[in-house]
Design a protein around this ligand. Structure first.
Ligand code: KIV
Ligand code: ZN
Length: 521
């Protein structure tokens, strides 16, 4: 059996310190419930002494999420009685409560932040642990700024607080200053002494990402004996953030033979958790972010798509399904090569194309890809249909398909505070449809108008707008996710007019649903 690594999630405490990311009580509860599904071992639910709102949120999470013995609920205190009482009084409702306290050990913190001597700070820490132990058996002590502390003073502190009853020692790289080799060595030395002192005490690390090394430092610590890691979802947190839970966990899983450890995380819940945190906190995930970025499993270069189609392991080290995605995404763009386009056509049933036919269709594909950026399955039908009509060929099957796709012809959207409204003109086959509706906002009005025409029971799950270029002619990109019949569909569109991009993205999603649900002829 491999060594277990405890996963402590601090999205609701360190993560919530991000400016503008504050959540209300119900949102915090929703995130905590999702973290439980993800099977983290410990949730740090907040900093209850900071406000009554935070206190109540921690208490609700302890009561409603910490009501089983498979999860520990904690919250942060400074090493002062009032903070410790606040933590105790909010986490005590959990089946397994833990008090977490923090006090600095570096010269900078001891002398400049507190203006005290090292002995005075040591005594404060020991007294705080002794007090916390009168309330609960489980107490975590964080030696803030540990990576910039004098080693012997750091160890003297750890030894003293363990003797006072601390059950977890957390070693933070508070300002993201550490480098993996050095941090690994620090953890090795501390672990060696700690396990000789008391082998029941867990050694934990908490790394910040100021130099982009939070994940590497966390992994180096694990390799050198750390038992527990503190992370956040999507790596959010103070300044440049914390070690990203999904990166640490997936590195341990993917390089199992190297690390020889395991966690209890249900990796299939990673994407759901990432999306929930991102949307509730309003913090976008960088598109190329490892594991949870939009492009983490999307392959667009022709060379890569060709390699993947020959053998997935050529360019894929993690199956997207392991983190809860449906499958790898081969995005058809102007850079996709013939192999990827041929493969997409074959999947749609066009597997009898001769070489000259395919070349002609491929040329049509390139032309459209230059204009549209990303080409969808329904676009491929239209390209094939164009090919047939150009060559005076009559294929009823293709016509049947392309007659069912929707095309935006025109739109008008009015934004105001009383009646935001939209009108759309949409073509389907030879038919032209028009609709006008009022909504709660311009996009709601626009989507209601489109929905009135297409008449499918579609639920909009996610709508994201971003700019992909700069200046007056900046392109707006809209990405959305919809649900139809329990299936999720993602679609995108770009245009200088973001309202038009919103309409096109929605229609792309509708056409993807149509492709999947049409009865083959
Ligand atoms: O970064 C830090 O040192 C912290 C502690 C409270 C663990 O967040
Ligand atoms: Zn921190």
């Amino acid at each position: 059996m491999t060594r277990k690594i405890w996963v402590f999630d601090t999205t609701l405490r360190d993560g919530e310190q991000v400016p503008g990311a504050k959540l209300n009580l119900y949102e915090k509860l929703e995130v905590a419930r999702q973290l439980k599904k993800l099977q983290v071992d410990i949730i740090e639910a907040g900093f209850p002494a900071s406000s009554i709102g935070d206190f109540n949120a921690v208490k609700e999470i302890a009561t409603n999420v910490g009501n089983t013995d498979d999860i520990i609920i904690t919250a942060l205190a400074r090493a002062v009685k009032a903070d410790i009482d606040s933590v105790y009084n909010s986490v005590k409702y959990a089946e397994k409560p833990l008090i977490h306290m923090v006090l600095g050990t570096s010269d900078i913190h001891v002398e400049k932040k507190f203006g005290k001597s090292k002995n005075q700070i040591l005594d404060i820490g020991v007294e705080a642990v002794k007090y916390a132990k009168t309330l609960l058996p489980d107490v975590q002590y964080s030696t803030e700024d540990a990576s910039r502390s004098d080693f012997e003073y750091l160890w003297t502190t750890i030894e003293a607080v363990v003797k006072a009853g601390a059950t977890i020692i957390n070693v933070p790289d508070t300002v993201g200053y550490a480098v993996p080799e050095e941090f690994g060595e620090l953890i090795f030395k501390l672990n060696d002494r700690l396990k000789n002192l008391n082998d029941q005490v867990l050694l934990s690390v908490h790394c910040h990402n100021d130099l982009g090394m939070a994940t590497s430092n966390t992994l180096a610590a694990i390799k050198n004996g750390a038992d527990k890691v503190e992370c956040t979802i999507n790596g959010i947190g103070e300044r440049a953030g914390n070690a990203a839970l999904e990166e640490v966990v997936m590195a341990l899983n993917t390089r199992q033979a190297f690390y020889n450890v395991h966690t209890n995380i249900n990796t299939k819940e990673i994407m759901n958790t990432s999306k929930l945190v991102s949307s509730l906190m309003g913090l976008d995930v960088q598109v190329n972010k490892a594991i949870t970025g939009d492009n983490a499993f999307a392959h667009s270069s022709g060379i890569h798509q060709d390699g993947l189609l020959k053998s997935r392991d050529a360019y894929e080290i993690i199956s997207p399904t392991e983190v809860g995605l449906s499958d790898m995404e081969l995005v058809l763009t102007a850079r996709s090569g013939r192999h990827a386009v041929k493969n997409a056509l074959e999947k749609l049933g066009f597997n009898q194309l001769t070489d000259p036919q395919f070349e002609d269709i491929f040329a049509g594909f390139l032309e459209l890809a230059d204009v549209k950026k990303e080409v969808y399955n329904h676009d491929l039908y239209v390209i094939v249909e164009n090919y047939y009509s150009k060559h005076d060929m009559n294929n009823q099957d293709i016509k049947y398909y392309s007659d069912n796709f929707y095309e935006l012809m025109d739109l008008q959207v009015i934004s105001n505070t009383i009646f935001p409204s939209a009108s759309v003109k949409i073509k389907k086959g030879n038919q032209i449809y028009k609709s006008s509706t009022v909504g709660s906002g311009p996009i709601d009005a626009l989507y209601s108008s489109i929905k009135e025409i297409i008449d499918l029971d579609i639920k909009l799950l996610e709508y994201k707008i971003s700019s992909v270029s700069r200046g007056k002619k900046a392109l707006g990109k809209v990405k959305l996710q919809v649900e139809y019949n329990g299936e999720k569909y993602i679609a995108k569109a770009t245009d200088t007019d973001v309202i038009k991009a919103s309409a096109l993205a929605y229609i792309n999603a509708v056409n993807s649903i149509v492709v999947e649900n049409l009865i083959p002829v």
